[in-house]
Design a protein around this ligand. Sequence first.
Ligand SMILES: Cc1cc2nc3c(=O)[nH]c(=O)nc-3n(C[C@H](O)[C@H](O)[C@H](O)COP(=O)(O)OP(=O)(O)OC[C@H]3O[C@@H](n4cnc5c(N)ncnc54)[C@H](O)[C@@H]3O)c2cc1C
Length: 498
Amino acid sequence: MSKSVLIIGAGLGGLATALRLAKRGFDVQIIEKNPQAGGRLNQIKKDGFTFDTGPSFFSMSYEFEEFARDCGIELPFDYVELDPLYTVNFNKNEKTYHLYKDMQKLAAQFEQDEPDFEKKMEKYLSKCSRLFHDTIDIVIKRNFDSMLDYLLSLAQVNPLHIPVLFRKFNKQVNRYFKSKDAQKIVSLVAFFLGRTPFDTPAVYTLLSYTEFKNDGYYNVKGGMYKIVEGLVAELDKKGIHITYNTEIKEYEQAGKKLISLKDQNNNSWTADVIIANADAAVFRGSVLKRKAFSTEKLDRKVWTMGYLTIYLGIKTKLPQVHHHNYYLGENFMEYAKDVHKNPDSLEKPYYYVNVLSKHNDDCAPAGCESLFFVCPVPDLRYKPNWDDKDKIVNSIIEDFSERINTDISQEIVSKTVYTPEDWQNKFNLHRGSGLGLAHNLMQIGAFRPMNFDEKFKNLFYVGASTHPGAGLPMAIISSKLVSERVEKFAHQSIHSKP
Ligand SMILES: Cc1cc2nc3c(=O)[nH]c(=O)nc-3n(C[C@H](O)[C@H](O)[C@H](O)COP(=O)(O)OP(=O)(O)OC[C@H]3O[C@@H](n4cnc5c(N)ncnc54)[C@H](O)[C@@H]3O)c2cc1C
């Protein structure tokens, strides 16, 4: 008889794990707090517009391909490579930088400010490539059974990289580039990890390699939510049921076994194996009531930034705006250094704009655009009150209108705003932190909440706050790692039966 598996959460991590385990013969079901699947990878359909709520592109497409092969399915969505990867615009500067993967096209834009840009970039990327290849299999794409196991793995990493361990992202970039624009642009990718170049470890410059050389960035045809729709359709085919509007609140144990979970209506849920796709730190605190993960203890951890996200449907076209765009203030450094904690920094915000309708006609009515703004903001520890959200949103719309020479404030026909409070309440994200636990050296690998439980042998975790970390490809890798653990556990339990 196949073992039963209950997955708590229908985010990408939960959906991918369900398909991998179904292929291995497990009898899987999923429960989800919200009325639709996807978690942060979600969708708003409103006033004739479609908006992706969170992710707007992904890297490491080969991880998705490997996932499909592992599940014995065709990848149920189509993706398109981005070129340019994105654009960058500085305030009061007419020039817009286009981040091409083609080094000559990229370098041509830095001719004036950064002589020999191409040579410097190649040298920088070559170091990033070595960091990537020397860590991906040893540190990122494997399970650790203990701290010792992790430390022994780290010991296998080329010692040439040790100095990088003690540097920040911006310091590493500054060793290669002298102009302020080049330094800022090359280090922007640190924001994708949910922090800033000033506090992200330099080992993550390997992300520069993933964007420019390894595989680039991809969009999904029809919008990112097609990933979720495709996976849910595959689960349907296999008879895997998702129960929505069901939030786990409590648990019951028998010795070292988690025997059942209770939802908000006091209904019991049980299975041989339980996998939490809910945030691995928050779940341990709020459901398992572990002291080490109490709200006070979680507050002392380092979290990724909160996000203020704005979804606008406008009744005009914006041919001058690309698909993915970054808008930076003049005060990039002060802003980035302060943004975690200082609500006043929002007066001159840094933000990202995605135009989903650019390549997806279905996502907006004819003659209209579907816009998605992401502005990194302090989490709820540092800015608990969002009564001023309209003021901040209007300042972003005004700033964007000035930069693109079109006043969009008069064109808005649909508007939705999520503050960190909304992100917290919708998806149980601690203090509205957008990407979960940050990736500082003391919160990665075996220092991150593990993907197996400290106490219950039949409880496992998948997703952004466990190993290896945040982002869609990492959720896919996490689903592989947890599936390996569950398979091993099932095998051992069968063989240990009298
Ligand atoms: C604004 C924003 C932009 C982003 N952009 C990108 C991007 O461009 N590219 C990229 O790769 N990544 C991006 N990310 C990160 C990416 O969205 C996440 O890393 C990824 O989606 C996390 O997936 P997950 O499965 O770990 O968690 P989640 O998506 O959070 O899924 C967890 C699920 O568990 C449910 N849940 C929680 N608690 C309970 C409970 N007690 N009971 C029942 N259900 C529960 C939640 O409702 C949720 O559906 C972005 C994130 C945000 C917020």
